[in-house]
Each structure stands twice: as C-alpha cells, then as structure tokens.
Design a protein around this ligand. Structure first.
Ligand code: GUN
Length: 294
C-alpha cells in the first residue's frame, strides 16, 4: 500500500482563498483592511526568502503588508522602539519578527515587547500560556498548519496516539498543546529521549520537527500511521542547487504510512497561510468584530 500524499500546496491555497474572501468582506462591511508588519534583522538567505514569500502572500490576500529590514548589528533598543511604534500603529494588526535573530539580540525580550493582541506568531508568553491553559489564543502558525493537515485525513483526533519529535517553542511545544486540545494522547520526545524508536513505532500520528534530515525511517513508524514532516533541511545538490529534505525518509515512509506530507509541498506551505489567518483574526478581535469564517 502506498500512502495518501497530503497536498499542503492545495490545502494552503484553499485556506488563502478563504482568507482573501473574508478580507474582502471585512473591507466592504467594516471598512477594515488587516495589516501585517514584518521585521527582518540581518540578511540570512533563508529568512529573506521566507519574509519575501510572506509579504507577497499577504498582499495577494488583500491585506496591507509593511516590511521593515534592519541591519544585523542593529541596537536592541532600536528594534524595541520599532516594535513599540508598530504596537501603537492602528494600520498594523499583526507583528512578526522573523527568527532566528542575530545572537547579539535577546529574542525573549524582543518577543515580549510585541503587543499580545498583535502577536500573530503566537510566541508571546501571554499567548503561549493561554494555549497551554486551553484558552482561545493566537497560536503559532506551523503547528496550526500541522493540525489542519492532520484533519484533512482524520475528522477527529480524539483518543489517537500522537508523537511529537522536537520541543521547540516555535513548533514542538505549541503542537503538543494543540493536540491535547484535540483530545489526542500526546507523547513529546526530543534529542535526549531514550526510547524514541519504540514510541514512534506505536503512534497513530507522527510529527517530526527536529531539523535532522531523514531521521525518521520507514521501518520506524506504524503501518497506516499519519506522518507530518515539519523538517526543512537544506542540502546542496550535485548541481549546486539547494535541495530541501524533510526529517522523514519520505520514500521509505511512503510504503508504510497511511498518509504523509511531502517536503517541499507539505507543512511549509501551511505556515504562511496560517499567518494570514492569524492576522485576519487579530484584526477582527482588535476591532471588536466576530471571528472570521476561515
Ligand atoms: N522562522 C522560521 N519559522 C518562523 C515562524 O513561524 N515565525 C517566525 N517569526 N520566524 C520563523
């Protein structure tokens, strides 16, 4: 049996189209244009690509997009002042600081400076705490995308055994909370876990988010399981082109899993689509409007 391929490209395009429809509606009914401000510090090539893509897709959805590019040696107080200005700006409903930041900057302080109501990355302790408490919150985009992709296969995740490999603040930890909110039984594993192979082999849902190329092998997963690959590892190909490889050995897992996301074309596509959803939601909440139907 060959696994069903979960097409993140198609699912993300449908989500972006629903966001665009709702943006048109709030513009017409409420004279509101949701706005997203993105801050890029330095010139990390991967971050530049991500920010360009976020900017383009924000505009395509009919929202306002404000890009702020700062040099890698920017002073922390200057970055904090920019964030304070965006917090006050009525045209800005979402603020995203692209990570990772240069080592000279204190990521924790920078994230804490964002108004939680505009924290469309869901990384502010206010939103992370609310998510952990099972309360409505702006939630990180990549795990949100993982849940949507899983639900394209399983209408309900209730009672399913899920394993999350990786405990980053951006993906692993919030994903665990979202799976708990879906009533899944969740095991969180990481680089120090001793019995990862056994845990992985019995899981119905596998989320690989460690950043280690093809770490999850085909013989390490349960037959018929749903595999969501969050890894985006950049490898130089023989022709000098960069090749993207996930955390799962895709061609091996394809013959064992029931459903699987490809890399590229899986989770990566969903992150930006969910950022648009969060920006629309933040704009509606700030303006006291009912939640958008996306
Ligand atoms: N870098 C990689 N993924 C992300 C993300 O989802 N948000 C931010 N801010 N930075 C990232």
């Amino acid at each position: 049996m060959v696994a069903r391929i979960i097409d993140g490209k198609v699912i993300a395009a449908k989500l972006r189209a629903r966001v665009a429809d709702e943006v048109t509606r709030v513009q017409r009914e409420d004279q509101l244009t949701p706005g997203l401000a993105m801050i890029l510090v330095g010139n990390d090539p991967a971050s530049e690509v991500y920010v360009r893509s976020k900017h383009k897709q924000t505009r395509a959805a009919g929202m306002a997009s404000f890009e702020h590019v700062l040099p890698a040696d920017v002073a922390q107080c200057e970055l904090l002042m920019l964030i304070a200005g965006l917090n006050r700006d009525p045209l800005v409903h979402g603020i995203l600081v692209q990570l990772p930041l240069p080592k000279s900057l204190d990521t924790e302080k920078v994230i804490a400076a964002i108004d939680p109501a505009k924290d469309v990355d869901g990384l502010h302790p206010h939103n992370a705490g609310r998510l952990a408490g099972g309360l409505p919150a702006l939630s990180p985009c990549t795990p949100l995308g993982c849940i949507i992709l899983t639900k394209s296969v399983h209408a309900s995740l209730e009672g399913m055994d899920a394993i999350v490999i990786g405990r980053s603040n951006l993906v692993g930890r919030p994903l665990v909370q979202m799976l708990l909110n879906e009533n899944a039984t969740v095991t969180i594993t990481h680089s120090r876990s001793c019995n990862l192979p056994q845990l992985c082999a019995s899981a119905d849902l596998v989320y690989a988010a460690v950043g280690k190329q093809e770490m999850v092998r085909g013989d390490g997963i349960k037959k018929g399981s749903t595999v969501i690959d969050v890894g985006i590892n950049r490898l130089p190909g023989a022709d000098g082109e960069i090749r993207l490889v996930g955390d799962v050995a895709y061609h091996e897992a394809l013959n064992v899993a029931g459903a699987i996301t490809p890399v590229p074309g899986g989770v990566g596509q969903m992150t930006v689509a969910c950022l648009l959803v969060n920006t629309l939601r933040a704009a509606c909440t700030i303006h006291g409007l009912s939640a958008p139907k996306v």
